[in-house]
Write a protein that binds this ligand. Structure first.
Ligand code: PMP
Length: 383
């Protein structure tokens, strides 16, 4: 397949690393057993490999293997955490959920669903950099709160959230803490124990693994189930996520996490230098563009750029040499501007003029040079 265009949309999804693909292949033909079936070799082998993958996922985020539940991705993990905690909260008098204005829809939508059912949902505002304000968190979280859900880092602007600080406030009031870490795991070091969170979601296709696989970290004793499952069926994954395990994808996720554990620090530094190069090239040519998000609390790979006078859609259509994002991919069909940018105080027009560039493992300096000049030329041609 001819691929001339430069891909700078790694936050939407990453290509599968070829090592991940290799690690998955045996599980389609050679080790195809159902891991629930411990009575024959095929089943036992599959189950053993699932546990190896579980160890690798746990190792990347500082968890114990028994604390990892495999799901179909971060959307499902977020739903399982939020709806599941609401369904099993020990004290029904507590009915407040606190979350933030810049969460992904897969966090906001389950919260809205619970609101319709009578729960109280408080949405924390963010500052101009997209960071959740701790003073608002302190005001909103109290002993009526049973759950605080805050992302590790934002998918659109890359701002890293003060998860540990928020978790500490929440725990003072006996609330549980969930973190949507889909964009964080694999990009910066994540340690769920240091964060002090009770639940964390991650997704395979954001860290060079396959699509349709993810995990939910559930802190503590595996037998002390504090979650109501979203699906019911067989007892897989401690009954939290029944259904035959997707062994090839689980093996792929394990490999992706293992690779990330080995090269995360080096890779983060390389990505930051590529992202900085892209921004400095653009700013040099087009001094009026603005970079959104926190400059010192930001994912190494993400750049959110607002262009004066030109709509992001027009810019992207005029620049087929580069594949960029506008806001969240999952909501790109919606006509409304990005809720993240609006929460950060960007006006409607500026939100529509904002492009997201996200670099990744296979981005090269040459690609950055090509992309920066293509974007500059496309922009100038539209003025
Ligand atoms: N949360 C965040 C912050 C995301 O960026 C995404 C993916 N866009 C998701 C959740 C959903 O992940 P998945 O595609 O694995 O369902």
């Amino acid at each position: 397949m001819k691929q001339a265009a430069v891909y700078l949309d790694y936050n939407a999804t990453t290509p599968c690393d070829s090592r991940v693909l290799e690690a998955m292949l045996p599980f389609f033909r050679e080790i195809y057993g159902n891991p629930a079936n411990g009575l024959h070799l095929q089943g036992r082998l599959a189950a053993e490999h699932v546990e190896v993958a579980r160890e690798k996922v746990a190792a990347l985020i500082g968890a114990r293997p028994a604390e990892i539940v495999f799901t179909a991705g971060a959307t499902e993990s977020n739903n399982l955490a939020i709806l599941g905690i609401a369904g099993r909260r020990p004290n029904p008098a507590r009915n407040r959920i606190v979350t933030s204005a810049v969460e992904h829809k897969s966090v906001l939508a389950p919260c809205e669903k619970l609101q319709e059912e009578g729960f109280e949902v408080i949405i924390l505002p963010v500052d101009n950099n997209g960071r959740v304000r701790l003073d608002s968190a302190e005001k909103a979280i109290d002993d009526r709160t049973f759950l605080v859900s805050v992302q590790g880092a934002n998918n659109e602007v890359g701002t890293i959230q003060p998860v540990a600080e928020i978790a500490e406030i929440a725990h003072q009031f006996g609330a549980l803490v969930h973190c949507d870490a889909a964009q964080t795991v694999g990009k910066i070091a994540v340690n769920v124990t240091e964060w002090g969170v009770d639940f964390a979601s991650l997704s395979g296709h954001k860290l060079y693994g396959p699509k349709g696989i993810g995990a939910l970290y559930v802190r503590g004793d595996p037998d002390l189930v504090r979650l109501e499952p979203v699906f019911v069926g067989g007892g897989q994954e401690r009954g939290l996520r029944p259904g035959t395990l997707n062994v090839p994808a689980i093996a792929g996720l394990g490999e992706a996490c293992d690779i990330s554990s080995a090269q995360l620090i080096e890779e983060s530094a390389r990505l930051a230098s590529l992202r900085d190069l892209f921004e400095s090239r653009l700013l040099h040519e087009l001094p009026d563009v603005r970079i959104n998000g926190s400059l010192n609390q930001r994912l190494p790979n993400t750049s959110s750029i607002t262009f004066p006078e030109v709509d992001a859609d027009a810019l992207l259509l005029n620049c087929p040499e580069v594949m960029l994002g506008t806001g969240a991919a999952c909501t790109s069909r919606a006509i409304s501007p990005s809720h993240v940018l609006e929460a950060m105080g960007l006006g409607r027009e500026d939100a529509f003029r904002t492009v997201r560039a996200s670099v990744g493992r296979f981005t090269t300096i040459e690609q950055i040079e090509i992309a920066a000049s293509a974007v500059t030329n496309a922009y100038r041609s539209l003025l």
